[in-house]
Write a protein that binds this ligand. Structure first.
Ligand code: 4AD
Ligand code: MG
Length: 433
């Protein structure tokens, strides 16, 4: 008899197996007990028939508590009625760890209560499916960038630079110096691109954003590719290819998780069709103004979530918005060759109301221009000499972008709030557990 995982059940139909599980729920009568079981790979049902097992086993089945752990021994059968498709007919139960008064019952709880119990809540079906899809997106990210010839190039987390501006920095002490938690690995990725051509980083980033929205985390994970000898248009092609690859990977490898979430695969299929539409910021402003729904929209303002939602809904697909006003974008973006007021950049807006998932740009290469921009941004030139060196020694056109992993997870899983897209979310008023 083999010890297996629930997910491997289909290979063991009509065979006797042993599985380490937790009880999620149960229902029983005098003659039969239905145990809802999980082992971290899937959820399925165990059936204990009184007349087929010892008295002791049936008594155990009737007494087992929510989240108690045990080994179950029995035979796998097909079960067409469940999402998973298999169940186990239990012959024997070996209790492992007791569980008394599990705080999360199958009935409804408030969000705060659940967030306080996040360490346990993660065991629930919906959370399981989201975290599995997150894991698949990480796997697919590495597969994609390695396939495309990128080198994984890790950026530091303790830094002295502020690529995205000074208002959202987490300050810390670095012995007798000041340091910040990384807002973005980009500037370091630019050094990597000049050394290895095509690089990407994947790591935690920190923003002391005082915004309490369903799209913002204080700590989030970002994938940041950077490419030498690459103009913005080629970067957009890589971006859409990458997003389509992520969506396709979830369709290929996470059908069970999508079913648990009730996420329609047909909707996701639409996002694997390339290219994604591209519109300029100017055109976006025009669209918003014409709609009549946004009386306050005027050229020069950044988009809020209603504007982003409208634009992506309009195309019913992810859409690139190109060339935003220089005044609302960071210092490093390449200025437009003929228009002083815009920069060569793009945000990718996800459909279904999920907003910006990628921010990227071509990078400025002119040292004097960058020095002026650094000053304007209120940053200390001395801290950026290494960055300017990248322009002093064999500078080339280069572009890159950043995908917020949790934004992508929230969108692909169809989840309402970004707090579900990371195991332990850091939010404005929450650092426990
Ligand atoms: O648009 P952002 O700020 O761009 C950068 O940081 C660039 N340096 C990236 C680059 O070009 N290498 O952030 C990039 C992405 C956003 O599009 C969004 O998906 C995500 O990071 N993001 C957040 N996700 C969750 N919570 C937050 N507070 C986020 N801020 C940005
Ligand atoms: Mg952005």
């Amino acid at each position: 008899m083999e010890t297996i995982s629930i997910v491997d059940s289909k290979k063991y139909v009509d065979k006797k197996v042993k599985i380490g599980v937790w009880l999620t729920n149960k229902r029983s009568s005098g003659k039969i007990a239905f145990l809802q079981l999980r082992d971290g790979t899937a959820y399925f049902q165990g059936v204990v028939v009184k007349s087929d097992v010892s008295e002791e086993t049936f008594a155990l089945a009737k007494e087992v508590k929510q989240e108690e752990s045990m080994y179950v021994i029995g035979t796998i059968h097909e079960d067409a009625r469940s999402h998973f498709g298999y169940e186990i007919e239990i012959e024997d139960i070996e209790p492992v760890g007791a569980s008394k008064d599990y705080p999360i019952s199958p009935k409804d709880h408030g969000t705060d209560f659940l967030m306080d119990h996040r360490h346990l809540w993660l065991r629930s079906k919906r959370q399981f499916a989201i975290i599995k899809i997150r894991s698949e997106l990480i796997r697919a990210t590495y597969a994609f960038f390695h396939k495309e010839g990128f080198v994984k190039f890790d950026a530091p987390i303790l830094t002295g630079s502020a690529p995205e501006g000074t208002t959202e920095l987490f300050h810390t002490e670095y012995f007798d110096k000041d340091a910040y938690l990384s807002q973005s690995g980009q500037l370091y990725e630019e050094a990597g691109a000049m050394a290895y051509g095509k690089v990407f980083s994947f790591g935690p980033t920190f923003r002391a954003e005082k915004s309490k929205t369903r799209r913002h985390l204080i700590e989030f994970w970002m994938i940041e590719p950077e490419m030498a000898f690459t103009h913005q248009e080629e970067s957009l092609e890589i971006q859409e290819k990458y997003i389509a690859y992520l969506v396709q990977s979830v369709l290929d490898n996470c059908q069970y998780e999508l079913k648990l979430l009730g996420r329609d695969p047909k909707v996701l299929q639409r996002y694997t069709k390339l290219p994604y539409p591209r519109i300029s910021y100017d055109e976006a402003i025009e669209l918003l103004q014409k709609s009549g729904d946004f009386p306050d929209v005027k050229w020069g303002k950044d988009f809020g979530s209603p504007e982003e939602t409208y634009l992506a809904e309009h195309f019913n697909k992810p859409v690139f918005v190109l060339n935003y006003p220089k005044a609302i974008k960071p210092f490093y973006m390449k200025p437009h060759p003929t228009r002083k007021d815009v920069v060569i950049c793009a945000d990718l807006l996800a459909p279904e109301g999920y907003g910006e998932i990628i921010g990227g740009s071509e990078r400025a290469t002119d040292v004097a221009y960058l020095e002026k921009q650094i000053e304007k941004a209120g940053l200390d030139k001395a801290d950026y000499q290494w960055y300017l060196d990248l322009r002093r020694y064999g500078s080339v056109p280069h572009s890159g972008f950043g995908l917020g992993l949790e934004r992508a997870v929230t969108w692909i899983t169809g989840e309402e709030h970004i707090r579900e897209a990371i195991p332990f979310p850091r939010l404005l008023n929450r650092i426990y557990p």
